[in-house]
Design a binder for this molecule. Structure first.
Ligand code: IDP
Length: 136
């Protein structure tokens, strides 16, 4: 995956509450092109693999349970400076701290059920995109 790409997931709470369209609209309005897009269910095992980096964190088991609790939408996005610009668009992990105009400010319910994922580095964008879509 090129360095002008990032990876996102629309998380189960946002899918459940019919926010796929609203979130994709904010993503496109933010200048991102949707390169790959898939709605799917994560097994607990796959969710655990995706978040393996957090395995030692106290919220890990709940996070795995939450991420496998219903369908998600996975996508690869393209834009110049994609990783940093997408982190700006989604806002802080805890929606209480998210800026106005961000996806999490508008759609996140809690620090865990925070509507969207966004890769935090070019390297992780590559790894996470491949996790769902293979080597694009
Ligand atoms: P990020 O998604 O903003 O990069 P990370 O620290 O990488 O945040 O955490 C990954 C995910 O784990 C978060 O998006 C959120 O769903 C969940 N999470 C993070 N911190 C907490 C917490 O303190 N309690 C519960 N869940 C958390």
């Amino acid at each position: 995956m090129a360095t002008n790409r990032t990876f996102t997931m629309i998380k189960p709470d946002a899918v459940q509450e019919n926010h796929i369209g609203g979130i994709l609209s904010m993503i496109e309005a933010g200048g991102f092109r949707i390169v790959e897009l898939q709605k799917l269910n994560l097994s607990a095992e796959r969710a655990g693999q995706f978040y393996a980096v957090h395995a030692e964190r106290p919220f890990y088991n709940d996070l795995v349970k939450y991420m496998s609790s219903g369908p998600i939408v996975a996508a690869i996005l393209e834009k110049e400076n994609a990783v940093a610009d997408f982190r700006t668009l989604i806002g802080a992990t805890n929606p209480a701290n998210a800026e106005d105009g961000t996806i999490r400010k508008k759609y996140a319910k809690s620090i865990e059920a925070n509507a969207v994922h966004g890769s935090d580095s070019d390297e992780n964008a590559q790894i996470e995109g491949e996790f769902y879509f293979g080597n694009k």
